[in-house]
Design a protein around this ligand. Structure first.
Ligand SMILES: [Zn+2]
Length: 150
């Protein structure tokens, strides 16, 4: 099964809203998770990648339908993090972590970054290069100024 088939098998069209809802989202899991390249990835980001194209660096994927389980690429758009934050605030949904305006890191990235730093033999700059973010951002992540809910 190729990636697109595998992806589509996990999602279901809602004929009323036109949303394609991710099936395997558990109760606690707001966003669908899709395993790709041995990594858990956000289903809406994977959808954008598969059906629209690469997500421009630094942009986040927003839902025009406000349904976080939706992976319909027609309902997704890449937008700046600031706008996403603002919309979420306006909508009364205060985002944390992966949805927050820091980067397109995943929670797993944050955990392994802190682990690697703790184990030594690396630096904020090196970690920044590895994860595609600035050294000072790594510092803030390691010091739990950012992503302090993990
Ligand atoms: Zn939708």
């Amino acid at each position: 099964m190729n990636t697109v088939d595998r992806f589509q098998a996990l999602a279901e069209l809602d004929h009323v809203t036109g949303c394609i809802n991710w099936r395997s989202a558990g109760d606690r899991q707001v966003y669908g998770v899709f395993w790709l390249d041995q990594k858990a990835q956000r289903a809406n980001r994977v959808s954008y990648n598969l059906f629209i194209g690469p997500i421009p660096r630094g942009l986040v994927i927003k839902h025009s339908c406000n349904n976080k389980r939706c992976v319909n690429s027609m309902h997704l758009k890449a937008d700046t993090q600031g706008q996403n934050h603002e919309d979420a605030l306006n909508g009364g949904l205060m985002p944390v972590g992966e949805e927050c305006a820091r980067s397109d890191l995943t929670e797993d990235d944050v955990r392994s970054m802190r682990k690697e730093y703790k184990e030594g033999r690396t630096s904020y700059g090196k970690l920044g290069k590895k994860y595609g973010i600035a050294g000072p951002t790594v510092f803030r992540i390691v010091k739990r100024i950012y992503w302090n809910h993990i």
